[in-house]
Write a protein that binds this ligand. Structure first.
Ligand SMILES: [Zn+2]
Length: 293
């Protein structure tokens, strides 16, 4: 799933390619992905892309105000678990037909270039919104602070964690608490901070919070820097190559050489290094032990 660094890079790449281009048409190939109905997608036709933005893991394409005095429109996408954006220098002239393929939405510019939003599988989870105000998207309105915003300080993080009797792993990837960090970068942050993913948020000392804050910002900035300038097609491989523990169960920890382990967490799994993070002791898999009882 694309997280803050990848969406940031997608927004930058798209700004470079699409700003100044005029939308000829936007076509939905899978109706379930479009979450708004008013204005209709046809309101985009003839508008120029002026900018792109990111809110948490949401990508925003900003269009100019329409000549009739209508508002600026934002075409906002959440790529969910398996969605992706694919830029194409030359799109077919024919609009796509709704069907079973990976295509969810296509935006075609007047010069024939454009991009596809795609997601494999019949049940698409990616979501598209066309709104005059990004805050009209419920997931954006509910976002916690953005960790790359200068206002996100160690004091902000301390405030967020205080009194929270929940595991730090769950806190980091909760979009309503902190925006943009998902399953992968929460594993990476906790590994870099040498912290157990099961540690209770409220138990962190102010030194722990200051260190965790520095690691969150550092890890994300590093990933953004690695992704900068990469085209959408190269981002997935770059993300994977930059991860130290996430998705690497069974492989050696690049810091200490111990074997990276996996344990179930909420609806998925997390990966961690016992030597770096849990005093050498593997975490008990609660789901598994519950099953064995
Ligand atoms: Zn290690």
């Amino acid at each position: 799933m694309p997280e803050l660094p990848e969406v940031e890079a997608l927004a930058a790449d798209l700004r470079e390619r699409a700003a100044g281009r005029v939308i000829e048409r936007a076509d939905v190939a899978e109706f379930a992905v479009l979450k708004t109905y008013n204005p209709a997608l046809t309101a985009l036709h003839g508008r120029t892309i002026t900018a792109t933005a990111r809110y948490g893991k949401f990508l925003d394409l900003v269009t100019e105000r329409d000549p009739g005095g209508g508002p600026v429109l934002h075409l906002i996408t959440h790529l969910a678990r398996a969605g992706w954006l694919r830029w194409r220098d030359k799109l077919p002239d024919e609009p796509p037909r709704p069907g079973k393929g990976p295509l969810a939405l296509r935006v075609r510019f007047a010069d024939g270039a454009g991009f596809d939003l795609t997601e494999a599988g019949t049940r698409k989870r990616l979501a598209v919104y066309l709104v005059a105000d990004p805050m009209a998207v419920p997931g954006i309105a509910a976002l916690g602070p953005d960790p790359l915003d200068p206002s996100f300080t160690a004091a902000t993080l301390a405030q967020i964690l205080a009194g929270r009797r929940t595991q730090i792993k769950g806190v980091l990837r909760d979009q309503k608490i902190i925006a943009g960090i998902g399953n992968a970068y929460s594993d990476e942050v906790l590994h870099a901070a040498r912290m157990s993913p099961f540690r209770l948020a409220a138990s962190l000392s102010s030194e722990d919070v200051a260190e965790l804050h520095a690691v969150i910002v550092g890890t994300l900035q590093e990933a953004v820097a690695r992704s900068a300038g990469l085209a959408a097609g190269d981002l997935k491989a770059e993300k994977k190559a930059g991860l130290r523990v996430h998705g690497r169960a069974g492989q050696p920890c690049p810091v200490c050489g111990d074997t990276v382990r996996e344990v179930s967490f909420a609806d998925s799994a997390l990966q961690y290094c016992p030597t770096c993070q849990t005093g050498g002791k593997p975490l008990a898999d609660r789901r598994m032990s519950r099953l064995l009882k």
